[in-house]
Write a protein that binds this ligand. Structure first.
Ligand SMILES: Cc1ncc(COP(=O)(O)O)c(C=O)c1O
Length: 368
């Protein structure tokens, strides 16, 4: 029995203990903004911005996965924003990735800098050598999105701690079933359940996880006061998605390994990044630090025309700007200004049977 399997099983039965005879096994969707509250306001639920049964259900699952208290938010960015706004003050300096999900840096630079917080951008691979003196918070993302560079969380966590700063890991690319930043010394995990945890391209959600009780209380207070709250339906959808995350990831990661190897041998390919390829620069560290190699492949084709042609010719790749769904998807990241070649496609491998998916990819590449 592995620790991950223990968590995966517990997640499926987390409601069992509290269930009374005749109550529904699946959590009901509580589509109510108010709760019956006569007299003194002492009740489990008082008002829909303070607390909600569907948040509690999804947070209970996330807490099992993370082995830490969790706070749910309406998106991954709302979760990241809560950490920045609830933990920083004027005069602080923070480090965020220059090659990670660009919105985090944009949020910090556009909205935190006028409040006196200085944002420093560092490439993922340079973090281990960086100095954290005088820094309040370091946020990293590994593997980086979309370049798939991997950095050593434990080594960086030790340096960040020695400098008296906090380490935040954006674990969206891996989820707690693929990588355990809190066990490696990170203070906080942020993650977008919009991606693999929800997994069906039908809901947005995010969460913050931390074993620092005071910080979790402050994050909860921030959510209540700022009003960045998840909707009942989205929380319910992600609750249902999380029940199959373990089994979906198994399929997605195994298929990604096969597709990455076949793409590496394909004549249309300029280069492939996938941490599970033993020729990949991320391989050694990924093997040590990650529980699987993920489901994202970085495929570089000749140029923009070839990449766009490939995407529009492949019926089993949805052309979307997200990842982690049951539907394989892909996009040219240069269209958003990421520092990648024009022909770079971020492929997110879904749950299609591997041979069908490969046949569709191979056929779409032949046309080029
Ligand atoms: C690594 C990473 N973190 C955070 C987010 C933000 O998630 P959301 O879109 O739910 O706000 C994304 C979205 O693409 C992401 O890729």
């Amino acid at each position: 029995m592995t620790e991950k399997n223990r968590r995966a099983a517990a997640l499926l039965h987390h409601r069992a203990e509290a269930l009374k005879r005749g109550e529904p096994v699946a959590p009901p969707i509580v589509q109510s903004s108010v709760f019956h509250l006569p007299g003194e306001p002492e009740a489990a639920y008082q008002y829909g911005r303070f607390g909600h049964p569907n948040w509690d259900a999804v947070e209970a699952q996330l807490a099992i996965m993370e082995d830490a208290p969790c706070v749910a938010f309406p998106s991954g960015m709302a979760a990241i924003a809560s950490v920045l706004y609830a933990s920083l003050k004027s005069g602080d300096r923070i480090i965020v990735p220059s090659d990670g999900y660009y919105t985090t840096g944009a949020l910090a630079q556009e909205f935190l800098s006028p409040m006196g917080v200085t944002t420093i951008l560092h490439p993922t691979l340079a973090l281990e050598q960086s100095s954290f003196d005088g820094v309040a918070l370091v946020l990293l993302e590994t593997p980086s999105n979309p370049g798939l560079d991997v950095c050593d969380i434990a080594a960086i966590a030790a340096k960040v701690k020695a400098a008296g700063a906090r380490l935040v890991v954006d674990n969206t690319m891996m989820t707690a079933f693929g990588q355990r930043p809190l066990d490696l010394g990170a203070n906080i995990v942020v993650s977008a359940a919009t991606k693999a945890p929800g997994g069906h391209s039908d809901a947005l959600l995010g969460h913050v996880a931390s074993r620092d009780d005071a910080l979790i209380t402050r994050i909860r207070d921030w959510r209540r006061l700022a009003g960045a709250i998840p909707g009942a339906m989205d929380a319910w959808l992600v609750h249902r998605g999380l029940e199959t995350l373990d089994v979906r990831l198994e399929r997605m990661c195994a298929t990604a390994g096969v597709i990455a190897a076949r793409l590496q041998d394909h004549s249309a390919t300029v280069s492939v990044r996938y941490p599970g390829l033993n020729t990949d620069p991320s391989y050694a560290l990924a093997k040590n630090q990650m529980d699987n190699f993920g489901f994202i492949i970085g495929l570089t084709l000749k140029d923009k025309t070839v990449a766009e042609g490939f995407l529009s010719n492949c019926p089993l790749i949805a052309q979307t700007t997200s990842f982690g769904s049951v539907h394989s998807s892909g996009e040219r990241r240069a269209r958003w200004g990421d520092a990648v070649p024009d022909g770079f496609v971020r492929l997110s491998i879904g749950c299609e049977p591997v041979d069908e998916l490969w046949a569709a990819i191979d056929k779409a590449l032949q046309v080029m």
